[in-house]
Write a protein that binds this ligand. Structure first.
Ligand code: HEM
Ligand code: HEM
Length: 193
């Protein structure tokens, strides 16, 4: 959707802004940035929260507060709005969150770009893109500059089964193959990408 839809969307996000920021650059590292996120991915997540395919104490309720509309128009306008906002570095938006040393960043880069064949971890870049800007048609999220704290929560949730909405459970098997230090390393790499 284009600029006109995004403008409509801006009128629907007053409540969301408290956590995600008016421009989708979130106010704290627990809340994901939505700025510059892929439109198809944002729309899918909002539908998944609304329909219960993705559960979150906060967001399951929030999705219910968005007025129903014909043909999902409200959700589309919100997704259009956030996807068109510029993304700030995670540390500018919400402060430093976690920290990583050079060894961790190097390990994270290796996992992200090449995977770890011996551990059955595929290269994240194969789906999320070398620049971690996601894939629009496939509804694969951008991960670049996302908060390390948030990324880690999601990997934990995929591994535990608390989040099970990735198509074919692809993220579930990947997260289950990863150790905690490997998750921390890749999330650290992504936050500063
Ligand atoms: C996650 C949108 C309100 C806290 C998300 C995601 C979207 C979204 C699209 C998924 C992002 C991703 O997967 O990368 C919205 C919209 C809102 C809203 C459209 C207004 C209707 C809020 C508010 C809060 C909040 C007010 C805080 C009180 C969170 C949290 C998550 C999240 C904690 C991560 C949930 C998880 O761990 O799975 N939101 N949000 N959101 N949002 Fe919101
Ligand atoms: C979602 C990380 C590899 C496909 C996600 C999310 C994270 C993540 C953190 C959630 C993002 C958010 O909530 O905003 C990783 C890491 C990988 C990896 C660290 C490498 C170790 C892959 C691969 C594929 C893939 C190889 C494709 C085969 C997806 C898809 C989603 C997703 C489709 C969206 C799921 C949904 O619809 O909710 N990934 N990923 N990922 N990833 Fe990956």
């Amino acid at each position: 959707l284009g600029a006109a839809a995004a403008k409509q969307g801006s009128a629907l996000i007053a409540v969301c802004a408290a956590c995600h920021g008016i421009t989708g650059n979130s106010a704290a590292a627990e809340y994901p940035n939505l700025a510059a996120q892929r439109y198809n991915y944002l729309l899918k997540q909002l539908e998944d929260f609304r329909d219960g395919a993705r559960k979150s104490t906060i967001m399951s309720g929030m999705a219910m507060t968005i007025p129903a509309s014909a043909n999902n128009q409200n959700l589309k306008e919100i997704a259009a709005y956030f996807s068109r906002q510029p993304l700030l570095p995670a540390e500018v938006a919400a402060g430093p969150g976690m920290r990583a040393d050079a060894t961790q960043l190097k390990e994270g880069q290796k996992i992200y770009t090449q995977g770890l064949a011996n551990d059955n971890i595929p290269a994240c870049a194969a789906c999320h893109g070398l620049g971690a800007d996601g894939n629009g048609p496939m509804a694969i999220p951008a991960l670049a500059l996302q908060h390390q704290v948030y990324l880690l929560t999601q990997l934990d949730q995929f591994a535990s089964g608390a989040r099970r909405n990735s198509p074919g459970q692809v993220m579930t098997s990947i997260a289950r193959a990863m150790t905690k230090p490997q998750m921390q390393a890749v999330a650290a790499y992504l936050q500063q990408l």
